[in-house]
Design a protein around this ligand. Sequence first.
Ligand code: URA
Ligand code: CA
Length: 434
Amino acid sequence: MNPCDIIRKKRFGGELNEKEIRAFVDGAVDGSFADYQVSALLMAICINGMSDRETLALTLAMAKSGDTLDLSDVPGVKADKHSTGGVGDTTSLILVPLVACCGVKMAKMSGRGLGFTGGTLDKLESIPGMSIEKDIEGFKQQVREVGCAIIGQTARLAPADKVLYGLRDVTATVDCLPLIVSSILSKKLAAGCDVVVLDVKTGSGALMDTEEKSRQLAETMVRIGNMSGKRFSALITDMDQPLGSYIGNALEVEEAIGVLSGNIDGPLKDVSLTLGAHILHNSGAVESVEAGIALLNEKIKNGEGLKKFSEMIAAQGGDPRVAYDTGLLPKAKYHIDVTADRDGYVTAMRTDDLGNAAKRLGAGRERKTDALDLSVGLVMKVRVGDKVRKGDVLCTLHAGDGSDRIGAHNLVHKSILIGDARPAPKPLIRAVVT
Ligand code: URA
Ligand code: CA
């Protein structure tokens, strides 16, 4: 098939058929389409959009571009969760062991990616000895025996996404609905789970900054995901401020353990349990989302969730005592307070810049090859709406010798806005899409 014919058809707003989409995806992976031809088609897709039929065909072609996992020999319902990414967003470490305690298997593969903090895999690697590498048989065996696993996705999972994302990143075509949908869903479909819950963030620290765009992304992903034959649902949740109070790799593990121990309540716990309850409900394990939340709370109270987390750590070579003693996690050398320079109310946060500040300390990557300091990050002391007095601590930086401490301090200071009027509270969970 001639690449130019496919590009021309999309350029003039035509609907590509399955064969043309498969030729494009295969050509991108095997190199028979040149990068400039793939890029031209990506731009035409950005400008003219894709129908649901096209988006589904693109998603399936990308999912089939490499290995696809067959989890049918793992008994029970297998579930997965995906977040579009945020700051202080540690829900996976909390809901994965809790859901596993309720009999639904959590088989989670995460990508490395770039971000404000390193991502789930880096967080797990801050646990001494913990490995996120396992072959497929080992992964399935752990899911069978422990009930949950979180590992790095293999290089052979949806390789088309790596090629397309690499080109999108350098051609201003990342921000395009059908391309985002197919990128996320192709990896979820290739990973072989029956039930998938999506956490679509909205606000100043999110992929989609407005609620309207977030809703469109959530609805499209659920619609296309369900067309593929799996059970998808999505929550749209607030990212106008960090979800948890801890931002950084070991710091987020510590906060997750705090929630699993029953010592930390608040938004991070609420979103984690709501996502987990949707998984339980869609898996048929409970009658309602409310019953799911109650059951997950029970697993915190009776200690089963924390015990399951320690079993998952042990199964992946880590020190399971960490679950009961966070003193074993790496600790930052310096603690530096950022304080309020006036009285007032916290009116808003520039959440993306709080993430960037954590990155400056060494918690996240600019380039794929950047080394992380797993001990560093931010501990937020306030939330939007809090009353503060001049001199109150807003945030404590956890820094190391390699951290840009002054840059991070100034950025955090600029990112927490203080004004005279208490802002109206916004709901944490904006919408549920099923
Ligand atoms: N996350 C992905 O995996 N892909 C996108 O295109 C955007 C966010
Ligand atoms: Ca994340």
